[in-house]
Design a protein around this ligand. Structure first.
Ligand SMILES: NC(=O)c1ccc[n+]([C@@H]2O[C@H](COP(=O)([O-])OP(=O)(O)OC[C@H]3O[C@@H](n4cnc5c(N)ncnc54)[C@H](OP(=O)(O)O)[C@@H]3O)[C@@H](O)[C@H]2O)c1
Length: 258
């Protein structure tokens, strides 16, 4: 049975994953800021102590250092570390640098902070997997995803770099690229979300692919194929297509609602 740490597990995909992993007999530490929700996730474990809450903020290096020390002293050896914390803001009403900075701080720099505390410990044990949740939204620039999309593209790129660099040290780096998942994050979307699936379904798909060796875990396949086709389209064709599907309420129009 594996020892697992999920950062970004108080709700949505991370919470569902924690419960699914614990149901399979694994030991899971769940982290995020909202300790009340982490406690609730822990109460849904199939046996007492299978899910342990450990509150922290990925923007706070000190809380991550303390958290990592606790996780490694508890487990002795960490098998899987899911870096899943994320923040989503629709980009509307023009570019707000404060919003871009905050989304980047959580989604990209938050993962970098986590990596900084986890990688040296995994190198020391000479094993372990790091699984970073990016998104199929990171494949290409999408309308109204100005703040969010680039953070996910950056994560995919970072994972490719680290997968190569850490392989000789016994550490595996993988990227998880979900399509649309029904969680608090997507509840604010007012547009049609193709191939939307539930968080429990997403967790099951991640779990099923965990033993495989693939660098990327992406789902649902319909959305992945659609976005991978977008990725190989010539720029002129892709941009024309995006202009056609862009909502009438554009990113640079004054927002009517939020
Ligand atoms: N839903 C989708 O359609 C979709 C698609 C592709 C990728 N993703 C990615 O999947 C991941 C999980 O998202 P979700 O859909 O499950 O949404 P969610 O329910 O909102 O989960 C986001 C998680 O990130 C945590 N988090 C946010 N800021 C944090 C911080 N500063 N420090 C520590 N934890 C923090 C949240 O906990 P606290 O608020 O308690 O801190 C929560 O546990 C995200 O990285 C998201 O970008 C989602």
């Amino acid at each position: 049975m594996a020892n697992v740490w999920i950062i970004g597990a108080s709700s949505g995909i991370g919470a569902a994953l924690a419960i699914a992993l614990a149901a399979e007999g694994h030991s899971v530490v769940v982290s995020a800021r909202r300790s009340d929700l982490l406690e609730q996730v822990a109460t849904r474990a199939p046996r007492p102590g299978a899910i342990v809450p450990l509150p922290l903020d990925v923007r706070d290096r000190a809380s991550l250092e303390t958290g990592a020390a606790q996780v490694f002293s508890r487990f002795g050896r960490l098998d899987y570390c899911f870096l899943n914390a994320g923040k989503y803001e629709l980009s509307r009403g023009g570019i707000d640098p404060a919003v871009y900075a905050e989304v980047t701080r959580v989604n990209y720099l938050g993962v970098v902070e986590c990596l900084a505390v986890v990688i040296p410990r995994l190198i020391e044990q000479g094993s372990g997997q790091i699984l970073v949740t990016a998104s199929v939204a990171g494949y290409r620039g999408l309308p109204q995803a100005g703040a969010y999309g680039p953070t996910k593209s950056a994560l995919i790129s970072l994972c490719e770099t680290l997968a190569v660099e850490l392989k000789p040290r016994g550490v595996t780096v993988r990227v998880i690229n979900p399509g649309f998942i029904r969680t608090a994050m997507t509840a604010k979307n007012r547009f049609y979300m193709p191939f939307l699936i539930d968080a429990d379904d997403a967790a099951r798909r991640i779990l099923d692919r965990l033993p495989r060796k693939s660098f990327e875990i992406a789902f649902p396949w319909q959305m992945v194929i659609l976005m991978k086709i977008m990725r190989i389209l010539p720029n002129s064709l892709y941009l024309r297509l995006m202009r056609i599907i862009t909502p009438s309420q554009g990113a640079f129009d004054p927002p009517r609602d939020r």
